[in-house]
Design a protein around this ligand. Structure first.
Ligand code: ADP
Ligand code: MG
Length: 593
């Protein structure tokens, strides 16, 4: 046999392994979910690549996953017939961390302080392949890529800083293609190596895997067997002169072991929505996206006509932590299938604009070629139409949350994704009509609970033409601004734009239901109550005072004017009609610092 070579883990992997091996994580059973999901990914990859490179499929074996539990030895083997790994891939995939899920986990880990937090994170993010070490002392990965003519064995132990790779030479262990994982369970975890336990876990965690999963089970059938007559009885018969032998039968249970299929492989999105329960949708969501919270809403639909596809979309309950998520559309949130074959989850705005990239879901189309590439996706007319429909459905779903009786749901949504929608005001003019009704702002008459623009419009005075707003850095400073005085006196409601992005978003919208947004801090605010006579009188009386003040302030102000916009404060600083608002200036200053 060829010698095995030893490799050091990348530092991050060592850290991760250390954490996993020594964790007090109570939900260790997630290892099976992770390993089955890898097997399923490997089958997906092969099926996908096989479309353009049929030679990869030359070994005619079925696409499936088989799990065998050996309770006497405390060993579990998980075998898939997927893409497998070459020697180099073993080093790249199982010795370093390049993968999104695990990388995210490490990032979250950095931000968390306590060990209890760490343990929760394992469940939240899933730690991929290394979760095998939650329950194993030793893990063996024997794998055969159709791109290589050799099979390799990766072997790693808990508490070791290195692993080995060698060629598989034992003819008994050769597989035509794919990967076989052998887990040598820790003493305390040997209980996992029971067929019934495995079956239960698979049913619980992997019911939506679209490849058949078999477990090795003991089965039994009953049969009738002929038995000889009881000797005592036979002797008696002989004495009685009965020569004919009596035939007797007995029912026995014949035991044997065989593979048993334990999941349903029909993808949930192909099922009739009438037959799928909300629980099914939520479970599918949690399993597929590794989420631990239920989504806020889901939508299952089929579109027909010009372009045909089926989809299930979800609005998550939480925005992922990490600041850059809003601008990074590469969320792996949309899984694209073509005729049930998984194609990609690596999108960059092709199916959803980046401000909606928080929407999760699956999309299955019959109208795209199976070998669809990124370039095709970007230029495809089919994709453009799909995108339009998906966006519309996403808005319907969000609108649904906003109209639900459960106000808390929308509050939660707004807290997490309000910023995204405001970004949409800036980036997606075409959908202004869909975004605007979903916006929420505090106002001079609702300081605690944000209101919708519809609520604002409903509350407008009969002769009020515009929607008033003031931008400030908090509700408190907004409500204390002198600009508010006269509007408050007239009982006119003013929106408080307290999020830095609010003002730009509103300026992009320009109007709502034909009512213009008007900044009450701007110079020429017209409340429709001009009294020219009185203005003239005031100008005469205070004209000189204004000149005097302007002379003393010089270039610090553009002009000093008599105004009717204050009721109790003597003066106020306002922005010019075409200048930046005070709030914008504050923002610009903050950014240039
Ligand atoms: P992730 O699944 O998020 O990529 P994992 O830690 O679960 O991260 O797996 C790391 C990598 O190892 C995978 O991306 C894949 O390339 C490889 N891998 C793991 N299991 C298998 C398998 N059963 N067949 C082929 N490749 C696998
Ligand atoms: Mg994985």
């Amino acid at each position: 046999s060829t010698p095995s070579e030893r490799y050091e883990y990348q530092a991050e992997v060592s850290r991760l392994m250390d954490l996993i091996v020594n964790s007090l994580y109570s939900n260790k059973e997630v290892f099976l979910r992770e390993l089955i999901s890898n097997a399923s990914d490997a089958l997906d990859k092969l099926r996908f690549l096989g479309v353009t490179e049929p030679e990869l499929l030359k070994d005619a074996v079925d696409f499936d996953i088989r799990i065998q539990a050996d309770k006497d030895n405390g060993v579990i083997t998980i075998t898939d017939t997927g893409i497998g790994m070459t020697r180099q891939e073993l080093v790249d995939c199982l010795g370093t961390i390049a993968q999104s899920g695990t990388a995210k986990f490490l990032k979250a880990l950095k931000d968390s302080k306590d060990a209890a937090g760490d343990n929760n994170l394992i469940g939240q993010f899933g730690v991929g392949f290394y979760s095998a070490f939650l329950v194993s002392d030793k893990v063996t990965v024997s794998t055969k890529s159709p791109k290589s003519d050799k099979q390799y064995v990766w072997e790693g132990e808990a508490n070791a800083s290195s692993y080995t790779i060698r060629e598989e030479t034992d003819p008994e262990k050769l597989i035509p293609r794919g990967t076989r994982l052998t887990l040598h369970l820790k003493r305390d975890d040997k209980g996992f190596a029971h067929p019934e336990r495995i079956e239960k876990l698979v049913k619980n965690y992997s019911q939506f895997v679209s490849f058949p999963i078999y477990t090795w089970q003991e089965k039994g059938y009953t049969k009738e067997v002929e038995v000889d007559e009881d000797p005592a009885e036979a002797k008696k018969d002989e004495e009685d002169g009965k020569t004919e032998k009596k035939k007797k039968t007995k029912t026995v249970v014949e035991r044997y072991w065989d593979w048993e299929l334990i999941n349903e492989t029909q993808p949930i999105w192909l099922r009739n929505p009438k037959e799928v329960t909300k629980e099914d949708y939520n479970e599918f969501y949690k399993k597929t996206f590794n989420e631990y919270l239920e989504p806020l809403a889901s939508s299952h639909f089929t579109t027909e006509g010009e372009v045909e596809f089926r989809s299930i979309l979800y609005v998550p309950a939480f925005a992922p932590t990490g600041k850059d998520d809003i601008i990074n559309p590469k969320t792996k949130n949309i899984r694209l299938y073509v005729k049930r074959v998984f194609i990609s989850d690596d999108f960059d705005g092709e199916l959803f604009p980046r401000y909606l990239s928080f929407v999760k879901g699956v999309v299955d189309s019959n109208d795209l070629p199976l070998n669809v590439s990124r370039e095709i996706l970007q230029e495809s007319r089919v994709v453009r139409i799909m995108r339009k429909r998906l966006v519309r459905k996403a808005f319907d779903m969000i609108l649904g949350i906003s109209m639900s009786d459960n106000r808390e749901d929308y509050e939660k949504f707004w807290e997490n994704f309000g910023k995204h929608l405001k970004l949409g005001c800036i980036e997606d003019r075409e959908n202004h009509k869909r975004i605007a009704p979903l916006l929420r702002f505090f106002s001079s008459q609702s300081e605690e609970e944000p209101i919708s623009l519809d609520e604002y419009v409903e509350n407008m005075k009969p002769d009020q033409k515009d929607i008033y707003y003031i931008a400030a850095d908090s509700v408190n400073s907004a409500k204390n601004t002198p600009f508010l005085e006269r509007l408050a006196e007239k009982d006119l409601e003013v929106l408080f734009l307290v999020d830095p992005i609010d003002e730009v978003a509103i300026q992009n919208l320009k109007s709502y239901k034909e009512k213009n947004f008007v900044d009450i801090s701007k110079e020429d605010l017209d409340l429709g109550d001009k009294n020219e006579e009185r203005e003239k009188e005031m100008k005469q009386e205070f004209g000189q005072t204004c000149d005097w003040i302007k002379k003393h302030l010089g270039d610090k102000v553009a002009s000093v004017q008599i105004s009717n916009r204050l009721s109790s404060s003597p003066c106020v600083l306002v922005s010019g009609k075409f200048g930046w608002s005070a709030n914008m200036e504050r923002l610009m200053k903050a950014q240039s610092m």
